[in-house]
Design a binder for this molecule. Structure first.
Ligand code: CO
Length: 134
C-alpha cells in the first residue's frame, strides 16, 4: 500500500545551525527557512536524489513539535512520510486493522499542498508516520 519515502522530518532546536550542518558538513542543497504558521513550524527543505529531509523548528504557541523538542532537546527524527495513491482508502484500510489515525481522522492539507494524515506512533514501532497522497 505505501509507496515511496516522501521525506524524513527532523525536529531541531536551532534551524540555522541545522541548515548549516546539512549544507556545509553534509554538502546538501538546503532551502531558505519557510514559515508555515498553519502547521506551527518553520521548515527548511533538503532535496536528496531519492527523497527529502525536512528540518522542523517550532513556530508560535502550541507548536506540535514543542513537546518533542522538550523530550529531545538536541533534536531528533520526528516522523517519516510515505506516499499513498488514495489517502482515504489507505485510512480506511488501516482503521479496519486497528491502527489509530491522529486528530479527527480527516486528511489535512500538508506542507506540500497535498492531503496528509498522521498515524499513532504506538501502532507503528514507536515512529510517527505521515501519509501523503501524491
Ligand atoms: Co512531514
Amino acid at each position: 500500500m505505501i509507496g515511496k519515502l516522501n521525506h524524513v522530518a527532523i525536529a531541531v532546536p536551532d534551524l540555522e545551525a541545522a541548515s548549516a550542518c546539512y549544507r556545509e558538513t553534509l554538502g546538501a542543497k538546503v532551502s531558505d527557512p519557510l514559515a508555515q504558521p498553519d502547521h506551527g513550524v518553520t521548515v527548511a527543505f533538503i532535496e536528496l536524489p531519492n527523497t527529502k529531509i525536512e528540518l522542523l523548528h517550532p513556530l508560535g504557541e502550541g507548536s506540535p513539535i514543542a513537546n518533542f523538542l522538550e523530550k529531545n532537546p538536541s533534536g531528533g527524527i520526528h516522523h517519516v512520510c510515505y506516499e499513498v495513491e488514495d489517502i482515504l482508502a489507505a485510512r480506511d484500510r488501516l482503521k479496519s486493522e486497528g491502527a489509530r489515525v491522529l486528530g479527527d481522522g480527516e486528511p489535512k492539507i500538508g506542507a506540500h499542498g497535498k492531503p496528509v494524515l498522521f498515524l499513532h506512533p504506538k501502532d507503528f514501532l514507536g515512529t510517527l508516520v505521515e501519509l501523503e497522497q501524491v
